[in-house]
Design a protein around this ligand. Structure first.
Ligand code: PBG
Length: 359
């Protein structure tokens, strides 16, 4: 074997000249008198030959610093309960939550999004704005143990209402303006507990402006608002509702969450939230709405997060459990697609696990 041949083989390359079979030309030439063609001068494969070359021209990066881990906190002591429809995801009582946060921080994830499941629910969701509520106590504990971990809190009533709707129900409908007042109370109690940012996920009109105004009045002008601006009425929230026990008792959420058929409306929602003082916008779910992530990013140029929701997580977990997909590769590809669409940050139940794979 000639030295030249050994070299090309060890680099994993196949030289056309060496594999030429019979009289098949190695370099196709355009037929005489044909218009000028970019090929063979242009060969896109040249920069795909090695991992180093691919790395030099990679357009999208993905690291643990882009990921936000959602966490469920429950009342009680010593509780760790697996969510059946979300393999690998547990609901923690406060001290277990703090231990979990240690593991999350250790793999390089710098932010968590906190959801509370109170011991008791009622008509007006009072647990949401109780200064000693489950989220408020968890924020205190997390910030004390991990001052560097960014703690974002979900601001919504659905985990706290006995009927499971995201707001106060009057005459069989979620009343927008009463709900907004309760949400603002909730956001303030989270900020007082030490939350680094609040994330309203209710889809009421005008809530960003009211929350911003009241946070400022109450001495929290530096607490950012991550607005779930384009939150769709999605079938992919099913597993989350098991985890949060927040399935609506009657009706559904289509009277306040967005119609999956709309995208221009998402841009309007985003623009309104920015005008009302949102610091970051969120699109949710993520993968079925990558076009919306792209449009919201392009048309607002504001920081955008995308929420890779429970159903998106559980589908990957189920396929992986059956051996149908290569889980780390499929998860990396999924999260990369969300970043490529334009998301700055990704909320994903895979944050801790994927951060381990990304290192
Ligand atoms: C509402 C809320 C929901 C999710 C996040 N915040 C559920 C809903 O609207 O029913 C869903 C998240 C997920 O599916 O992962 N507070």
């Amino acid at each position: 074997m000639s030295p030249e041949r050994a070299d090309t083989q060890s680099a994993g390359l196949i030289r056309p000249a060496l594999v030429r079979a019979g009289d098949i030309p190695a370099t196709p030439t355009p037929p005489l008198n044909s218009p000028l063609m970019p090929f063979p001068a242009t060969r896109m494969r040249r920069l795909r030959r090695t991992e180093t070359l691919r790395g030099l021209v990679r357009e999208t990066n993905l690291g643990p610093e882009h990921l936000i881990q959602p966490l469920f906190v429950v009342a009680g002591e010593g509780v760790r309960e697996e969510v059946e429809s979300m393999p690998g995801i547990e609901r923690f009582s406060i001290s277990e939550l703090v231990a979990e946060a240690t593991e999350i921080a250790a793999v390089g994830v710098k932010a968590v999004l906190l959801f509370g499941i109170p011991a008791e629910k009622d008509e007006s969701g009072t647990g949401a704005y109780d200064d000693e509520g489950v989220v408020q106590m968890a924020v205190h504990a997390l910030k004390e143990a991990h001052p560097d971990l960014t703690v974002i809190t979900d601001v919504c009533l659905c985990e706290y209402t006995s009927h499971g709707h995201c707001g106060f129900v009057r005459d069989g409908e979620v009343d927008n303006d009463i709900t907004v007042e309760l949400l603002a109370k909730t956001a303030i109690s989270h900020a007082e507990a030490g939350a680094d940012a609040v994330a309203p996920s209710d889809m009421m009109d005008g809530r960003i402006g009211t929350i911003r105004h009241q946070l400022d009045e109450e001495g929290h002008p530096n607490t950012p608002i991550v607005a779930y601006s384009a939150k769709y009425a999605s079938a992919f929230y099913g597993p989350f509702r098991d985890a949060a026990e927040s399935t609506p008792e009657f009706g559904d959420r289509r009277g306040y969450q967005m119609d999956p058929a709309n995208a221009a409306e998402a841009v309007r929602e985003a623009q309104l939230d920015l005008e009302e003082g949102a610091d970051m916008l969120m699109v949710k779910p993520a993968t079925p709405y990558l076009d919306v992530v792209r449009r919201v990013k392009a048309e607002t140029e504001a920081p955008v997060a995308a929420y890779h929701v429970s159903g998106e997580y559980s589908m990957l977990k189920a396929a992986a459990a059956n051996g149908w997909i290569d889980e780390p590769a499929a998860v990396r590809e999924t999260l990369t697609s969300i970043r490529r669409a334009g998301a700055d940050a990704i909320v994903t139940y895979y944050a801790k696990e994927a951060a381990g794979w990304l290192r």
